[in-house]
Design a binder for this molecule. Structure first.
Ligand SMILES: [Zn+2]
Length: 117
């Protein structure tokens, strides 16, 4: 992969990393704030735990994505970026452009989706 492309992927990944870090941190703070709010009646309590659960689930997804982005940045550093982590083949350019933190090429992703990897 040429340097210009690597640079543009790096820029996108770093932007995404920053964005996710902000979201993850914020939802953790919101979760705590929901905890601290004094809840008087049962309806409030139910709404509160619903909000907390929602925030929790959401931050879970974001955390997982952040992990993938971090790994992709590591691969940029060690030069294995753009290679499938399973078969070491090149990940399709189009796929990388859509999902720069993709770990697998399309074939391996399909195998993984079917539980074959
Ligand atoms: Zn593969």
């Amino acid at each position: 992969m040429d340097k210009k492309k690597v640079d543009s992927f790096r820029k996108r990944l770093l932007t995404k990393q920053e964005e996710l870090l902000r979201v993850v941190t914020k939802s953790e703070q919101d979760g705590r704030a929901a905890d601290e709010e004094a809840t008087q009646d049962i309806a409030d309590k139910a709404a509160n735990s619903y909000t907390k659960e929602f925030l929790f689930h959401q931050s879970d997804e974001n955390r997982r994505l952040l992990q993938l982005v971090n790994e992709a940045i590591e691969r940029l550093k060690d030069g294995s970026f753009g290679l499938c982590v399973a078969c070491q083949g090149e990940v399709q350019q189009k796929r990388l452009e859509a999902v720069p933190w993709a770990r697998h090429c399309i074939e391996c992703q399909e195998k993984q989706d079917h539980g074959e990897l």
